[in-house]
Design a protein around this ligand. Structure first.
Ligand code: NAP
Length: 279
């Protein structure tokens, strides 16, 4: 997706490559990227919190969410961190959720970004989680409601990993039934799998607007690309490339990030990009 975007933008000497990074040397690796010619990096699980911690500066949203998925390496050596997962979700929605009721399923890392994004965009957010204490703690931290059972809402967002591996357990593990889905105008599933998830199949069958995890991946990636290049992202090209390569799950750490050539950006446990010769 990022490579297709760099080609479309005519940035032929930029490369986006995978840089595996063991947690114990993550900081060392990342600090070496800027001097090596990388202009930025995507960071994936399990490094998002560490990426924020090592940055010299960070956006308010990255700090509020407590995780960064995008790093920019400046020429003076400073590392800036951002979280584009949150605005990526809002972009994928396509319409402002202001004033709408949103039910978020899950209390992990992705739920933090989604809850923050929806709340900041003016939605009334409730969070449900299998382990209720985690939902309650997250609700307290972000000043939203916690839900013991699924509540009616305009927007339903699945931020659990349910549906990733075993689609048949979806409606056993989540507090919604196929029949209840038509109470949601829009159903979003952060999980993406080739062929679509059971949650979105059922939601689509019942007339809900559906947004899959790949679209969110594309939107957050587009914002990262813009941070690195300063150019508008070619979203359609990125979407097409992502759909073509969608046999892999979205947060798959094999997905590389951007770097500049001479050596370019890499993907530390995520990916990096930049102009240069790497990746
Ligand atoms: P995480 O931090 O590990 O959180 C996992 C969440 O799933 C927890 O709330 C957990 O509940 C819940 N869960 C796991 N198994 C469950 C089950 N059998 N029944 C009910 N709930 C269950 O993961 P994450 O980083 O938030 O990611 C969640 C999913 O979103 C992953 O599948 C990932 O691939 C996807 N994702 C997609 C994108 C994208 O760009 N599309 C970005 C990030 C993540 P407990 O607290 O009770 O354990």
């Amino acid at each position: 997706m990022q490579r297709a975007a760099l080609a479309e933008l005519g940035l032929r000497d930029w490369h986006y490559q995978l840089l595996p990074a063991p947690p114990d040397i993550f900081g060392e690796i990342v600090r070496g990227l800027g001097p090596a010619g990388f202009c930025g990096a995507n960071v994936t699980i399990p490094h998002k919190e560490a990426a924020l911690a090592l940055a010299d500066a960070a956006t308010d949203r990255a700090r509020a969410i407590g995780a960064a998925n995008t790093l920019v390496f400046h020429e003076d050596g400073a590392i800036h961190a951002d979280n584009t997962d949150a605005p990526g979700l809002i972009a994928a929605l396509g319409a402002s959720p202001a004033g709408r009721e949103a039910l978020v399923l899950g209390a992990g890392g992705s739920a933090r970004a989604v809850i923050w994004a929806l709340r900041e965009a003016g939605a009334h957010v409730a969070v449900w989680n299998r382990t209720a204490e985690r939902a309650q703690a997250l609700a307290r931290e972000f000043g939203v409601a916690s839900a013991a059972i699924s509540a009616p809402a305009d927007i339903l967002v699945n931020c659990t990993s349910v549906g990733l591996r075993n689609s048949s357990s979806t409606f056993k593990d989540l507090p919604v039934s196929p029949e209840s889905l038509d109470t949601y105008a829009t159903v979003v599933d952060l999980v993406y799998r080739d062929g679509g998830t059971e949650l979105l199949h059922e939601a689509s069958r019942r007339g809900c607007a559906v947004i899959d995890g790949l679209e969110i991946l594309v939107q957050q990636g587009a914002l990262s690309l813009e941070a690195w290049t300063g150019l508008p992202a070619p979203i359609a090209v990125m979407r097409e490339a992502a759909r073509r390569g969608s046999q892999r799950p979205p947060d798959d750490p094999r997905d590389p990030s951007p770097q500049r050539s001479q050596p370019g950006p890499s993907d530390p446990g995520g990916a990096g990009a930049g102009p240069g010769d790497a990746g």
